[in-house]
Design a protein around this ligand. Structure first.
Ligand code: PDD
Length: 276
């Protein structure tokens, strides 16, 4: 496995970063996760644009165009050209003595790695999810490397033998610990609006586009926890999650066997066609 750190490519044992890196000290950085398929990086521009806009939001002065050619070098150094792989990129504010305010005149630190990873065309998992309090901050739109709220809620799902945690803020379902969530009711598709309480997932946006192609009305409105039992279908979306049908959500059981609702199935099929 090869790792890119600040302009150089290392083997994983030799890749090093300072203990004074603000990503390490404060979680002061932005990350992206993308998939390369045999025919290129899936929605590359959307991921790079989101990375740039997130860096701008937190005042990290860095132009992501610099990463694009470096990423090609990393992929070829990893012998993953034209192969399916997962790409992780993180950009932190840089290395400086520990002080809360933004340091002046430091350069951002960039780290990237790739790993071979292929996804089945349709996510076969029948997701089981717990419901848990969304105790994260009020800037979940920022894809920050500070992910304590996400990992703590995800861990409570895993320790309850579930695949994902569904987060609830003030009685409203926001998103998953590492995915967005959609519901289907009477043929309409419902998902939380893209505001500061969720990450506006690239897969979320793709699925909203697919709904339009399939003439499915989309309502960007939060669903109340107490309305979950009235929903017909539910699914998660994300770069690695793709479109995953939810079989159980909290106490509500959508399907007792390996059934998948019709709208979810149609969206899974349409999503898998985008990849070929
Ligand atoms: N998850 N919401 C949160 C909190 C996330 O961490 C993610 C991404 C998403 C979905 O975003 P996208 O569709 O752009 O991946 C929503 C990780 C990176 C993943 O699914 O791989």
């Amino acid at each position: 496995e090869k790792i890119y750190v600040n302009g150089e490519i290392f083997s994983s044992e030799n890749a090093k970063i300072s203990v004074f890196d603000r990503g390490f000290l404060f979680g002061d950085g932005i990350y992206e996760v993308m998939m390369q398929l045999e025919n290129g990086i899936f929605y590359k521009k959307a991921h790079f644009d989101r990375l740039q806009s997130n860096l701008n939001k937190i005042g990290i002065d860095y132009a992501v165009e610099e990463i694009e050619s470096e990423l090609d070098n990393l992929i070829s150094a990893s012998s993953l050209t034209d192969k399916a792989c997962l790409i992780y990129i993180q950009v932190t504010r840089g290395i400086a003595p520990r002080k809360h305010s933004y340091p002046k005149g430091v350069s951002a630190s960039v780290m990237m790695y790739t790993l071979p990873y292929s996804l089945p065309l349709v996510n076969p998992t029948h997701m089981k999810s717990i419901l848990t309090a969304d105790f994260r901050w009020h800037r979940c739109d920022i894809k920050s490397t500070s992910l304590l709220g996400n990992i703590m809620t995800n861990e409570s799902a895993v320790s309850a033998n579930a695949n994902e945690a569904t987060l609830v803020r003030q009685g409203l379902v926001t998103e998953g610990s590492h995915s967005n969530i959609f519901f289907v009711k009477d043929g309409k598709v419902i998902t939380h609006p893209a505001n500061e309480h969720i990450l506006d997932g690239i897969t979320r946006r793709i699925v909203i586009g697919l709904c339009k192609d399939l003439n499915l009305p989309v309502i960007e409105q939060a669903v109340a926890e107490t309305d979950i039992e009235q929903m017909d279908e539910a699914f998660f979306t994300g770069t690695t999650t793709q479109v995953a049908s939810i079989a159980e959500l909290g106490r509500h059981v959508f399907y007792r066997n390996d059934q998948v609702g019709e709208v979810t199935r149609n969206l899974q099929r349409a999503f898998s066609e985008l990849r070929s």
